[in-house]
Unconditional design. Structure first.
Length: 152
């Protein structure tokens, strides 16, 4: 379940906490194609398996922003604001894509709570450093500092 906090003070006390890692998620062509339709990004390295076989990766790869967007899929397993009235995504810093995610591979998220600052007596802004790990790869697929605001 990762790190659970119920107040701004508990989040602040948790700075430096290793949040662990999530379960693996398989990346299939259907997910890639669905993302392409949602965003209008039909670049052949993502959606044309035949052409991609002869390309630089030997098969299609997930869009970088698809990989990044899956942070919202993983984050609740790493980091939970129990009893918060509301939580909002505030932004991201230092977004990088060190390795491509080939179709058929598996990814998971690992994280660390690197910052937590009070907004007021009942709210906190957190920064969670997330690495989207690629199974059997020395490099992560995506790294980003995710900023969230939680109101209690």
């Amino acid at each position: 379940m990762g790190f659970v906090f119920s107040s701004p003070a508990e989040a602040i006390a948790g700075i430096g906490t290793d949040l662990g890692a999530t379960d693996w998620l398989a990346i299939d062509q259907e997910r890639i194609d669905t993302f392409a339709r949602a965003t209008g990004d039909f670049q052949w390295i993502h959606v044309d398996p035949e052409r991609a076989r002869g390309g630089p990766f030997g098969r299609t790869i997930a869009h970088g922003y698809l990989t990044f967007s899956l942070i919202n899929h993983f984050l609740p397993d790493l980091f939970t604001a129990r009893d918060a009235k509301m939580g909002v995504n505030y932004g991201a810093e230092r977004l990088r894509f060190p390795a491509p995610v080939p179709v058929g591979s598996r990814i998971r998220a690992a994280g660390t709570l690197v910052k937590a600052e009070p907004i007021d007596a009942d709210a906190v802004q957190t920064t969670v450093r997330i690495a989207i790990e690629l199974e059997d790869s020395a490099k992560p697929a995506c790294v980003a500092d995710i900023i969230g605001r939680y109101y209690f």
